[in-house]
Design a protein around this ligand. Structure first.
Ligand SMILES: O=C(O)[C@H](O)[C@@H](O)[C@H](O)[C@H](O)COP(=O)(O)O
Length: 260
């Protein structure tokens, strides 16, 4: 389990820009070393802003899009194309602007797909898709994602893993249905900690003062039931990419300013 590293950016805009640049560099390095790469996207404002920033970077096409697999950490269980789906936001912000292979974009099932409005069945389908993509050298029934991005809620939730909810205790399945989520919409699909923590690198993206207490608690020993972000970590690297507002409750020793 990797020790969390904190990098603080002056503003939320610079956080998204820097995260985008970091993602380009990381994926280019991974593809140079291993030929292909995989990334897990997150919904939420900072996650989507990061994708939009990436789309605007001239360096974006240093990524070999044909050799990139795209997954999601969670999804709102809504009809295909619904504006509130994380997939819809990601396609508009980035995926529809780059030559990523359609078969390598693994969206979580919509509520009007083959599984109908059964999020449990849809979660099983996505778990099977992950298992089919995992290889013998991977850690469990999911690919070893190169970068897994997570937004952080004010309550410390990540993906659709919310405090005190049953999904936090899932130890077998890689994907679960979430009902009654406190953040609308209430019905979602989410990777579990087992899937999240299989990733080589986990990057938290958090901006805004409303995240400051969750960030402090996650980095100060809170348990994952109260602060789910405390339960996520990369096998090789765990990065907390923050703006100053989200970092303001951290002790000075925990902050490393990315730029003056
Ligand atoms: O589907 C979702 O809602 C997201 O995956 C969720 O986990 C999000 O990342 C956080 O709520 C942070 O969202 P903001 O960055 O908008 O605060």
């Amino acid at each position: 389990m990797s020790t969390p590293e904190v990098i603080v950016h002056p503003t939320a805009e610079l956080l998204a820009q820097a995260a985008a640049a970091r993602l380009v560099t990381r994926l280019v390095d991974v593809q140079a070393a291993r030929g292909s790469a995989s990334v897990v996207l997150t919904g939420g404002g900072v996650g989507t802003a990061t994708l939009a920033a990436l789309a605007a970077l001239p360096a974006r096409d240093a990524i070999d899009w044909a050799r990139l697999s795209v997954w999601w950490g969670d999804e709102r269980f809504l009809p295909s194309g619904h504006p509130d789906r994380n997939e819809t936001g990601a396609r508009a912000a980035l995926l529809d602007q780059v030559p990523v292979s359609a078969t390598s974009v693994h969206a979580m099932p919509p509520s009007d797909g083959v599984d109908g409005d059964q999020p449990e069945v849809a979660a099983e389908r996505y778990a099977a898709e992950l298992a089919a993509a995992s290889r013998s050298e991977d850690h469990g029934p999911v690919p070893t994602f190169d970068v897994l991005m997570l937004g952080v809620g004010p309550d410390g939730h990540i993906a659709s893993l919310f405090p005190e909810q049953p999904a936090l205790y899932e130890e077998e399945r890689s994907v679960v249905a979430v009902r009654g989520a406190p953040k609308p919409p209430p019905t979602r699909i989410s990777l579990t900690f087992a899937a999240i923590n299989a990733a080589r690198e986990v990057w938290f993206l958090a901006g805004g003062a409303e995240k400051a207490s969750a960030v402090r608690m996650a980095l100060s020993g809170a348990g994952p039931t109260q602060i789910p972000a405390a339960g996520a970590h990369g096998r090789q690297r765990t990065l907390w990419l923050l703006d100053r507002a989200a970092a303001k409750e951290l002790p000075p020793g925990l902050q490393r300013i990315a730029s003056p």
